[in-house]
Design a protein around this ligand. Structure first.
Ligand SMILES: [Zn+2]
Length: 390
C-alpha cells in the first residue's frame, strides 16, 4: 500500500462540512471509548467492534441531525482502530506495562473514507483532480502534483494541519518496494547514530547522506518563535491577536522543518534501496542507542527523542522500500571492534575516530561501525541465508 499525500483546496461550504464530519466522528468515537472504559472498570464483557459499530450506526440513523454526517464506513474504520488500541492496552497490561487505555479525544485533525464513500476523477489537461467525499457538497479541488493510480485507491484520509492547510492522503493498492537498479549490485552496511544519522560502510555520510543544513538554520528561528509565543501568553486572560499570530508563525516553521526532514529521509532511503542489492542494518531498538553517560545529561532528552524518532522512521522507510533486501544484523560491539583485524578498541562516546592499536587502522568511528555491520551481515548470509526475516 502506498499513500499519496496531495494538497486540497476545499471551498468554504466544504470546509464547514468537513469540520462537521470530523466533529461528529469524534463524538461517535468518544461514545465508544466511554463504553469500553466502563466495561473495563466494571469488569464486564468486552464490547466487540462489530457490536459497537452496529449500535452506533443505529444511533446515527435515529439522530440524523447529530450523527448522520459520518458515513457508516467511517464508523466502521473508527471502531476497528479503537478495537486495535484496546487490544494493545490489554496486551500491555498482561505484560505488566502501563496500559495506555484509549481516552476520549479532544481534537480531530483527520477523517477517513473507505471505498464507496469517495470518488476521484481528473479532468484532462489540468493539474487538478476532483475528489468527492460522502456528505460534502460538490467536488473538492485537488492538486495532483504527481500521477495517482486512480483505479487503485482504497482509502482516502482528509486532514487539516495546524496552520489550516488541507491535505488528502490517497491510499493506493500498489507495491511500494523500489527495485535495485545499480550496474554492479553491491551490499551496504548502515550505522545509525546521534551525531551522524546514518553512516554507510563505503564511507559516505557527510556528503549526500547528511541531513540538510537548512534544518539547523531553522532551529534557531524556531527557538526565537517559541520564545515570542510564550512572551505573548497571558495566563488566565483572553489571548491577544498577536499571540495567535505568533503561534501560527511557529506552527508554520515547524511544518516546514518537518517537510525538510521528511524529504531528506525519503531521498536517502530511496537512494540506498536503488543502489544496493542488500542493505544491512543493526537490529537494535533506537532507545538503546545512547550510553549511560549521555543519559545523565537530562537536557539532551529532547534531542535524544528526536534522534530516536528519526532513526525509527528511516528504518520504517527502508523496510517498505527494500522489502526482503533489508536484513537486520545482530551487531554486538560494532563500534568497538576493528573492521580490519577484529581487535576490540573501547571508546568513549566523544571519540569520533577509530584507531586500532593492533593493525593501525585509522578510520572514522561511524564508518568503522558500518563496515562491521556489513561484515556481520555478509557472514550471516554465507552461513545461513534469510537469518532474520523482518
Ligand atoms: Zn585493527
Amino acid at each position: 500500500m502506498k499513500a499519496y499525500r496531495m494538497r486540497i483546496y476545499p471551498s468554504k461550504e466544504q470546509v464547514s462540512a468537513l469540520h462537521k464530519i470530523m466533529y461528529q466522528a469524534r463524538m461517535t468515537y468518544n461514545d465508544a471509548v466511554i463504553e469500553r472504559q466502563r466495561a473495563h472498570r466494571n469488569g464486564e464483557k468486552r464490547p466487540s467492534h462489530y457490536g459497537q459499530r452496529d449500535r452506533l450506526c443505529k444511533e446515527r440513523n435515529a439522530n440524523p441531525n447529530e450523527r448522520a454526517a459520518v458515513p457508516a464506513k467511517t464508523v466502521d474504520i473508527l471502531m476497528r482502530k479503537l478495537d486495535a488500541s484496546v487490544k494493545g492496552a490489554y496486551t500491555r497490561m498482561k505484560k505488566g506495562q502501563p496500559p495506555r487505555f484509549p481516552k476520549p479525544i479532544k481534537r480531530t485533525y483527520s477523517v477517513d473514507f473507505r471505498k464507496g464513500s469517495f470518488t476521484y476523477h481528473r479532468a484532462d489537461g489540468t493539474r487538478f483532480g476532483r475528489l468527492r467525499v460522502q456528505n460534502v457538497p460538490g467536488l473538492i479541488k485537488l492538486r495532483e502534483h504527481r500521477e495517482i493510480p486512480k483505479d487503485k485507491i482504497k482509502e482516502v484520509s482528509v486532514m487539516i494541519t495546524k496552520t489550516g492547510e488541507w491535505y488528502a492522503s490517497l491510499v493506493c493498492d500498489v507495491p511500494c518496494e523500489i527495485a535495485c537498479v545499480a550496474q554492479e549490485p553491491r551490499a551496504v552496511g548502515l550505522d545509525f547514530g546521534l551525531k551522524t544519522r546514518i553512516a554507510t560502510s563505503d564511507g559516505t555520510k557527510d556528503t549526500f547522506i547528511h541531513p540538510p543544513v537548512s534544518i539547523d538554520d531553522y532551529k534557531e528561528r524556531q527557538v526565537k518563535l517559541a520564545r515570542a509565543v510564550s512572551r505573548k501568553f497571558k495566563p488566565g486572560k483572553k489571548q491577544s491577536k498577536r499571540y495567535y499570530n505568533a503561534k501560527r508563525a511557529k506552527a508554520r516553521l515547524e511544518e516546514k522543518i518537518a517537510r525538510c526532514r521528511g524529504d531528506w529521509q525519503h531521498n536517502v532511503t530511496t537512494m540506498l534501496a536503488r543502489d544496493n542489492a542488500v542493505v544491512f542494518a543493526e537490529d537494535i531498538q533506537p532507545t538503546f542507542l545512547l550510553s549511560k553517560d549521555s543519559e545523565k545529561k537530562k537536557n539532551k532528552g529532547f534531542r535524544r527523542h528526536a534522534a530516536d524518532a528519526a532513526i525509527g522512521r528511516i528504518k520504517q522507510l527502508l523496510t517498505y522500500k527494500c522489502g526482503k533486501r533489508l536484513r537486520l544484523v545482530d551487531a554486538a560491539y560494532t563500534t568497538q571492534r576493528c573492521s580490519r583485524c577484529g581487535a576490540i578498541a573501547a571508546k568513549e562516546l566523544s571519540e569520533r575516530e577509530h584507531n586500532c592499536k593492533q593493525c593501525g587502522l585509522a578510520l572514522d568511528r561511524d564508518t568503522n561501525a558500518a563496515r562491521n555491520v556489513l561484515q556481520a551481515g555478509l557472514a550471516g548470509l554465507l552461513v545461513e541465508p534469510f537469518v532474520k526475516e523482518k
